[in-house]
Design a protein around this ligand. Structure first.
Ligand code: AMP
Ligand code: GLY
Length: 459
């Protein structure tokens, strides 16, 4: 494999800070560009940010990659993938990690994803699709409790759980009549409300061979005990004990493999990072993993703890994905009807666990004031096993200021989940402050409860 590689990372949040940190660690890489990046990303080793080149400027990104002889591009957020960035790069012979526009429909259209799962026997909540608000309302009211989902991208906000008739009426009005998520709300999925424990299961795949990553668990609601409105994600930890090794095998067999096989057979092979959002539903036969959603990129903040746990160099794996050669044998496209294969030979993990606690501006996910001075980052810099990823900050006259809703991802690696929770909450987070800072106090608690470990989180 080529060394002295130039890699372009697209995006500008905490996930991209983690991705850049991970990629810059590779001895094969001499330069990392990040479009558009942020002030902290620009300080990472070998890294140069391109603040004017935004993630939606597909032409500009492709032009930059071509004229700067970028060897590999890795896409952080979903929007450029759904808009077809991979197709455009590949048409010019540029290597890029991610699904084509057609394959990115797994995230780009919830209607496509649900109908795909139904045709391919992949376990998911029962559902109906509607383009008529009246019919949708009638069906939803007759099937309470339910979840109403806007078809298209809605920055994680287009999913509304409903327990009452009033909630259904409001949800349908917001999505289909007021068009809060624009044309993403032309259609809705109304689905059965599942009860269980959520988990995130991500795989790296060239369309045929799949490498499972450690299972993680995100915390979407803004307040402790999963209360309050949903956010992009308030914290994550890995490995998530709800996904036992046996359950991971079931997820691969009943969900990941049929998804990859189905996508190949339907003529839109899926290459890149496949994020499976799961509900692990208790049943008399044991826990049953069911798909809540597919995403076509790494989770944010789920990637952050994984970056601290990943021991092997990810870059050769990313190149193999872009080349369609993750497996040892022929390219997947030459065997469209062969079964998907699983390997974990190519990634090694440190023993132990990691947690990421997201610190946000007070008021998020509603309105908040940016520009608050962040104090204490110098006190945690260089702490062993600690990395603070920056999601929304800006450096102004050598002072760090808040610059968005999610601000920092305090990430800690250690021996096990109780120790990383303790360290994050007792040693690291108390050092960092700003006016109206908010974070959840209970990230990782579900993992402790599961193991009957006494909770002593300094609450
Ligand atoms: P999604 O973006 O589809 O994953 O939905 C966002 C969040 O809504 C999930 O993380 C779940 O907490 C919740 N959710 C989505 N679908 C369902 C469902 N069918 N039953 C219960 N909760 C759901
Ligand atoms: N943390 C959830 C997501 O990345 O979609």
């Amino acid at each position: 494999m080529k060394d002295q590689m130039k890699v372009l990372v697209i995006g500008s949040g905490g996930r991209e800070d983690a991705l850049v940190t991970l990629i810059s660690r590779s001895p094969l890489v001499s330069r990392v560009y990040c479009a558009s990046g942020n002030d902290r990303i620009g300080q990472r080793p070998k890294t140069h940010c391109l603040p004017k080149l935004k993630a939606d400027d597909l032409w500009g990104l492709r032009g930059f990659a071509k004229s700067n002889k970028v060897d590999l591009t890795v896409v952080g957020p979903e929007a450029p993938l759904v808009a077809g960035i991979v197709d455009g790069f590949e048409a010019m012979g540029l290597k890029i990690v991610g699904p084509t526009k057609e394959a990115a429909q797994l995230e780009g259209s919830k209607v496509f994803a649900k109908e795909f799962m139904a045709r391919n026997g992949i376990p998911t909540a029962d559902f109906m699709v509607f383009d008529d608000p009246e019919r949708a309302t009638k069906y939803a009211i007759a099937n309470l409790p339910c979840v109403i989902k806007a078809d298209g991208l809605a920055a994680g906000k287009g999913v509304i759980p409903c327990k009452t008739e009033e909630e259904v009426v409001t949800a349908i009005k917001r999505i289909m009549i007021d068009k809060e998520f624009k044309e993403s709300g032309n259609k809705v999925v109304v689905e059965e409300f599942l009860v269980g424990e959520e988990a995130t299961f991500m795989v790296l795949t060239d369309g045929w061979t799949a490498i499972p990553l450690l299972a993680t668990q995100d915390h979407k609601p803004v307040y402790d005990n999963d209360e309050g409105p949903n956010t992009g994600g308030m914290g994550a930890y890995a490995p998530a004990p709800v996904v036992t090794p046996e359950l991971a095998k079931v997820i691969m067999k009943t969900i990941v493999e049929p998804t990859l096989d189905g996508m190949r057979k339907e003529g839109r092979p899926y290459r890149g990072i496949l994020y499976v959002g799961l509900m692990i539903v208790p049943t008399p036969e044991g826990p049953k993993p069911m798909v809540l959603e597919f995403n076509v990129r790494f989770g944010d903040p789920e990637l952050q703890p994984l970056v601290l746990l990943l021991q092997s160099d990810i870059v050769p794996v990313l190149v193999a994905i872009a080349d369609g050669k993750l497996g040892e044998e022929d390219k997947p496209s030459s065997l469209p009807f062969a079964d998907a294969r699983v390997t974990d030979e190519k990634v090694q993990w440190f023993d132990g666990a990691a947690i990421c606690v997201v610190m946000t501006s007070g008021g998020y996910p509603g309105s908040y004031e940016p520009g608050k001075e962040i104090k204490g980052l110098d006190k945690v810099a260089g702490m062993e096993g600690v990395e603070v990823f920056h999601a929304g900050t800006r450096l102004e006259n050598e002072l760090w200021k808040t610059n968005s809703g999610r601000v920092l991802g305090v990430t800690v690696r250690g021996k096990n989940i109780p120790t990383v929770i303790d360290r994050a909450y007792q040693e690291v987070i108390p050092q960092i402050t700003w006016e109206k800072v908010h974070y959840r106090q209970d990230i990782g608690r579900k993992a402790l409860t599961r193991h009957g470990i006494q909770i002593r989180m300094g609450l």
